[in-house]
Design a protein around this ligand. Structure first.
Ligand SMILES: *Cc1c(COP(=O)(O)O)cnc(C)c1O
Length: 343
């Protein structure tokens, strides 16, 4: 299959202009993990992005770029939660119809967020793939325009603006650490960063359970994985067996992929919460998880930026992690520091 042309730096600057005013230029702040890591670690806080996640960058760029005729038909998307909320908000701002298809794996907190942004919600099936099928049906039968969560050059150019901002502020960054699912974020960030400094190292981090891009890169082609519950629920779902862009972006631009376990993600969430004082979901804790588990080697004195992608976490999960209590993930319990039992 021939991939779509990669977005260019000009596309990224066009996205930056299109989303300005709606999307937040998020802060890049020092992390408390710096001392321990022996490197300067910076956090790109997409937690304060509009809708609480970086996904608004790509969604806003895609919805704002629609021709009036397409916009009038409305948009539809499938989502693990954050993309749906982002598309819903972008559609609300443009005053157009939006239908968001969510599988049963999407946490209630995220469903509430999508509804609050004014979108129609359809709960369908038990996987991201099934939610995607419903989007295809809505496109065929109702003429709605599908907005992909990652596999679209306009969406990727939007996500890339996060990487552009990092490079504008800290052109001396050596390593970018990016949570990886469908690859729209890491692909976009790598595109922007490499266009500015070709030797920047870009690392994607996924959870061990159902890491679709990692398995696809190993196989040399997009493969399906079983979708299972994870603390990093936003990283679930496949990359699409007919992937047209992000598989190729990741294949060509990613320097390394790291996988972390559920226990490691729990430890990452706890460090983000208690040390960096940042409320963030499991999907964003994979960078911290990789650092704490010594899976990510940083040269002494180098500079690394970690993308902290979203604050849209279930409040009860935050309370449990803060207290060191185990968290229910599917049928299993993850984490817990034993402090509670001891106390
Ligand atoms: C979607 C998402 C990611 C991964 O982005 P991809 O473009 O799918 O790789 C990471 N973190 C959060 C919180 C997300 O919602």
């Amino acid at each position: 299959m021939t991939p779509l042309p990669f977005p260019t730096l000009a596309d990224v600057f066009a996205a930056k202009t299109r989303i300005a005013g709606a999307a937040v230029r998020t802060p890049l702040v020092p992390s408390t993990l710096s001392d321990r890591a022996g490197a300067e670690i910076l956090l790109k806080l997409e937690t304060v992005q509009t809708t609480g996640a970086f996904k608004f960058r790509g969604a806003m760029n895609a919805v704002a770029a629609l021709e009036p005729e397409a916009a009038a038909r409305g948009v539809a998307c499938a989502s693990t939660g954050n993309h749906g909320r982002a598309v819903a908000e972008a559609a609300r701002r443009r005053g157009i119809r939006c239908v968001v298809c969510l599988s049963a794996l999407v946490p209630e907190e995220k469903v509430r967020g999508v509804r609050a942004a004014g979108a129609e919600v359809r709960r369908v099936g038990t996987s991201q793939d099934e939610a995607m099928e419903e989007v295809d049906r809505l496109a065929r039968e109702e003429g709605l325009v599908p907005v992909s969560p990652f596999d679209d050059p306009v969406v990727v150019a939007g996500q890339a603006t996060a990487g552009l901002e990092i490079m504008e502020e800290r052109p001396d960054v050596d390593t970018l650490v990016v949570p990886l699912s469908g690859g729209g974020l890491v692909g976009g960030v790598a595109l922007a960063a490499n266009a500015i400094r070709p030797d920047v190292r870009v690392v994607g981090v996924s959870m061990e359970r159902g890491a679709a891009m990692a398995e696809s890169l190993s196989a040399g082609r997009p493969v399906a994985v079983e979708e299972v519950a994870s603390l990093a629920d936003s990283l679930g779902g496949g990359i699409g067996l007919h992937n047209r862009l992000t598989f190729f972006l990741c294949r060509d631009l990613l320097d390394e992929v790291i996988l972390v376990s559920e226990e490691e993600i729990y430890a990452g969430m706890r460090a983000l919460l208690l040390s960096d004082r940042t409320v963030a979901e499991g999907a964003c804790a994979v960078g911290h998880a990789a650092l704490l588990a010594h899976k990510l080697a940083l040269p002494a004195g180098s500079v690394a930026a970690v993308l902290v992608t979203s604050r849209n976490v279930d409040p009860e999960q935050v309370a449990a992690v803060a207290a060191g209590r185990p968290v229910k993930v599917g049928d299993t319990l993850v984490g817990g520091t034993g402090e509670e039992a001891a106390g």
